[in-house]
Write a protein that binds this ligand. Structure first.
Ligand code: SF4
Length: 374
């Protein structure tokens, strides 16, 4: 296949569905890690078409969803200051901290701005030398190179009124946490192709060996995902546990060296709290000592405080693939995209938003009604 349309071709997709359903006798549980893959799976009904052969579990692959309440509370503290211009990607504005969200701070007069590129922060900082400009640097390994580059440029330009609130997280340690859990049901993984295009595949090969399961580096179109599942099922049926790369058109074994060098230049690996997981050892990035003056937590002397999550929202179980969004009692009732209770319903990559958006609402409402009447 040469063109993107080929990866959306219904005829090729139907052939792959047939091949998966006929591949041996087992029934398998396969987790896709990335929220973009979750949305493609639910949008195209891949989970329903394969239900007789494969149960698809949805992983934690949405950076908005896994950013901890503690960090959102810190963002709100910073954004509430009169001397601060606080910049963030749009989805983060609606995620609640312990008491409120960034959108409320904006409504109360805080200078909270939505950006499409973190590079815009540098322009804002130059235009407002009397203000402190702070960027909420969330994301996986995919956003780390550009966020590192912004800090590096600020360092080179000696821009003293710019800093980041760093919430960068790393995927492989979170996968290890899922696979180590006693409740883990995952038998094979679709690794996130965009993350591997930056970082390469070696960390995932190590996970294959350590946990003895197949991992397929997979893309984001329907045919990509079906090919990834087909490769995973073929390995499971034969008892193999290898790393394979379905997304070879974008992922090289060593990733993108320039991007990785920029990450290593600016960031160091640290333990990080993930929403729903707690502290994951080596689960995130923080600024190296050389760049510590750009760390908003240090500059504004913020301290860690215990943070409360919603008692209703089961996103911690959803993010680990232990429960599905439709298992949540609040799904499509007290929690909707208009009135969300948790980040997975807010984020454009969240699993709850995917289930709600792609016509699961009626199906799951029926299921919920039936279970409530039992
Ligand atoms: S449906 Fe809403 S309350 Fe339930 S897990 Fe998802 S985000 Fe949380």
């Amino acid at each position: 296949m040469k063109f993107l349309d080929d990866y959306r071709d219904p005829a090729i997709a139907a052939q792959l569905v047939g091949a998966i359903l006929e591949a041996g006798a087992g029934h398998w549980k396969v987790m896709e890690v990335c929220g973009g893959q979750t949305h493609a799976i639910v949008r195209n009904g891949i989970d329903r078409k394969l239900a007789d052969k494969v149960t698809l579990l949805h992983g934690p692959g949405c950076p908005v969803c896994v950013t901890s309440t503690d960090l959102i509370d810190k963002a709100i503290t910073l954004a509430s200051r009169e001397d601060v211009v606080f910049c963030s990607f749009g989805d983060m504005l609606r995620v609640r901290g312990s008491e409120q969200d960034l959108l409320s701070v904006k409504a109360q007069g805080g200078d909270v701005r939505t950006l499409y590129s973190p590079l815009d922060c540098l322009k804002i900082a130059r235009e407002h030398p009397d203000k402190q400009v702070i960027f909420f640097a969330i994301g996986f390994e995919t956003t780390a190179p550009v966020n590192a580059s912004v800090v590096y440029q600020a360092y080179q330009q000696n821009l003293r009124n710019f800093s980041i609130l760093c919430a960068q997280v790393l995927i492989p340690p979170a996968i290890a946490a899922i696979l180590n859990s006693p409740e883990c049901q995952v038998q094979a993984l679709l690794a996130p192709g965009h993350v591997c295009s930056v970082m390469g595949c070696s960390e995932y090969a190590q996970l294959c060996s350590r946990f003895h399961l197949p991992i397929i580096v997979t893309g984001f179109e329907p045919v990509d995902i079906l090919q990834g599942i087909h490769m995973a099922v073929a390995q499971l049926e034969q008892g193999h546990a290898r790393l394979e790369n379905q997304y070879a058109r974008a992922v090289k074994p060593d990733g993108n060296k320039v991007a990785r060098d920029m990450i290593d230049r600016v960031f160091r690996v640290v333990d990080r709290t993930w929403r729903g997981f707690g502290v994951i050892p080596k689960g995130g990035l923080s600024l190296r000592d050389e760049f510590v003056e750009f760390d908003a937590e240090k500059r504004f002397e913020l301290t860690d405080r215990p943070a409360e999550d919603s008692s209703v929202c089961i996103s911690s179980l959803v993010l680990q693939g232990i429960r599905k969004p439709c298992d949540c009692p609040a799904f499509a009732g007290s929690c909707t995209p208009e009135r969300p209770l948790g980040a997975p319903m807010i984020s454009s990559e969240g699993a709850c938003a995917a289930y709600y958006r792609y016509s699961r609402q009626s199906e799951n409402s029926e299921r919920m009604k039936a279970s409530r009447s039992q």
